[in-house]
Design a binder for this molecule. Structure first.
Ligand code: RIB
Ligand code: CA
Length: 313
C-alpha cells in the first residue's frame, strides 16, 4: 500500500505538534509533502515558528514549512493562548528553529502542489482554522476536484462547542472558510470534539510518553501536561484531549475510529451560533451527506499506536 501523500495545514498548538510528530514517525503510511501554517491557536509568526521547531525536534529539516494566512477570510482573528500558552507550544523548553521558513506563501504551495501532482493523489489534513484551504479553493477553483480527500479536526455535535456554547475553535475562528470547505464536494473525514474528547491523556498515558525517554517522548509529555490544565479545569476531564493526532492516526489506522456519513452544515449568519457544525446525525433533513463524521475511538489502541510511533523518532 503506497503512503498517503499529505499536506498538513496547522496552527501549532501542542496537539498539532503531536499530530505532526505522528505523521513524521510513520513514513510507511504517510508522506508529508509540506506543512502550511495558519493563524489560529496563536498568531501566524508563532504557528510557523512552532511548525519548524517540531520538524527539527523530529529531525526533519527537509520538510517544507510555509506561512499562510494571518487572519480569517472575513472575521477578526481569535486565538487560544488561554489553552496553549503565550507561544502556543508552552510546556517543553525547545530551541528556536534554525531551519528556514520556505519563502513561498502557503496558499500558493497548496495550489501549486495540487496542480503539479496527479489528480487524486494529495490529501489535505487541516488541524486549525480552514483559512488557507478555503483561500486556495477560492483563488484556484480548478484544484478542488484534484484533492483526494480532506481529513480535518474541527466541529462538534453531541459534544457542543469549546470556544462558544455552540462552536468548536477551528470552525469558529473562520466559519466562512469552513463553509467553503464543507460545500466543496470533496470527500471529508471530520474529527470533531465528539471523538477527540475521548482521546484523553491520562496520567498513565502521559507516563508512557515520558518513559520513551527520548527528547521527543519527554517533550510530548511536557506539552500534554501543559495544555491539559484548561480541559481538566473546564470539563473535569482526566487529561488533555489529543484533538489533532486523531487526524494523522486515522490515516494510519482508520479501524480505530467509527463514524457515520452525514450532512454537516456550518452556521455563518447568527452570532449566537456562529461556526456551529450542524451535523444531521439522525438524517432528519434532505441535505445530502457530505462528510464522514467520527464519533468514537478505540482510545487504548490510539495511545498504543501513538506511543509506539513517537518512540521511533
Ligand atoms: O478545538 C480544538 C482545535 O483547536 C485543535 O485543533 C487545537 O489545536 C485548536 O486548533
Ligand atoms: Ca490545531
Amino acid at each position: 500500500m503506497p503512503a498517503t501523500r499529505i499536506i498538513i495545514d496547522t496552527d501549532p498548538g501542542q496537539d498539532d505538534a503531536v499530530a505532526i510528530l505522528l505523521a513524521l514517525a510513520s513514513p510507511e503510511e504517510i508522506e508529508v509533502l509540506g506543512i502550511t501554517a495558519v493563524a489560529g491557536n496563536v498568531p501566524l509568526p508563532l504557528t510557523q515558528r512552532n511548525a519548524r521547531i517540531i520538524c527539527e525536534l523530529a529531525g526533519r529539516r527537509d520538510v517544507p514549512v510555509l506561512a499562510g494566512c494571518e487572519a480569517p477570510m472575513s472575521r477578526p482573528l481569535v486565538t487560544a493562548e488561554h489553552v496553549h500558552g503565550r507561544t502556543g507550544l508552552d510546556g517543553p523548553d525547545l530551541p528556536e528553529p534554525t531551519m528556514p521558513l520556505d519563502d513561498r506563501h502557503a496558499v500558493d504551495f497548496i495550489i501549486d502542489t495540487l496542480r503539479h501532482e496527479d489528480a487524486g493523489t494529495v490529501t489535505l489534513c487541516p488541524l486549525g482554522p480552514l483559512t488557507n484551504i478555503a483561500t486556495a479553493f477560492e483563488r484556484a477553483p480548478d484544484i478542488v476536484d484534484r484533492v483526494a480527500r480532506i481529513v480535518l479536526m474541527g466541529g462538534a455535535y453531541f459534544e457542543v462547542g469549546n470556544i462558544t456554547p455552540a462552536a468548536e475553535f477551528n470552525i469558529y475562528v473562520d466559519p466562512q472558510a469552513a463553509d467553503i470547505v464543507f460545500r466543496s464536494g470533496i470527500d471529508i473525514v471530520v474529527m470533531p470534539l465528539d471523538v477527540t474528547h475521548k482521546a484523553l491523556v491520562t496520567q498513565a498515558r502521559n507516563d508512557a510518553f515520558r518513559a520513551i525517554g527520548t527528547p521527543v517522548g519527554v517533550a510530548v509529555a511536557q506539552m500534554t501536561e501543559f495544555f491539559e490544565r484548561y480541559d481538566k479545569e473546564k470539563y473535569g476531564s482526566e487529561g488533555a484531549p489529543l484533538h489533532d493526532p486523531c487526524v494523522t492516526a486515522w490515516l494510519i489506522r482508520p479501524d480505530l475510529f467509527t463514524g457515520r456519513r452525514v450532512n454537516v452544515t456550518v452556521e455563518t449568519e447568527s452570532e449566537l451560533t456562529m461556526g456551529m457544525t450542524v451535523a444531521d446525525w439522525w438524517g432528519v433533513t434532505d441535505r445530502a451527506p457530505n462528510a464522514l463524521f467520527i464519533g468514537d475511538i478505540d482510545a487504548d489502541g490510539f495511545f498504543a499506536l501513538l506511543t509506539e510511533r513517537l518512540a521511533r523518532l
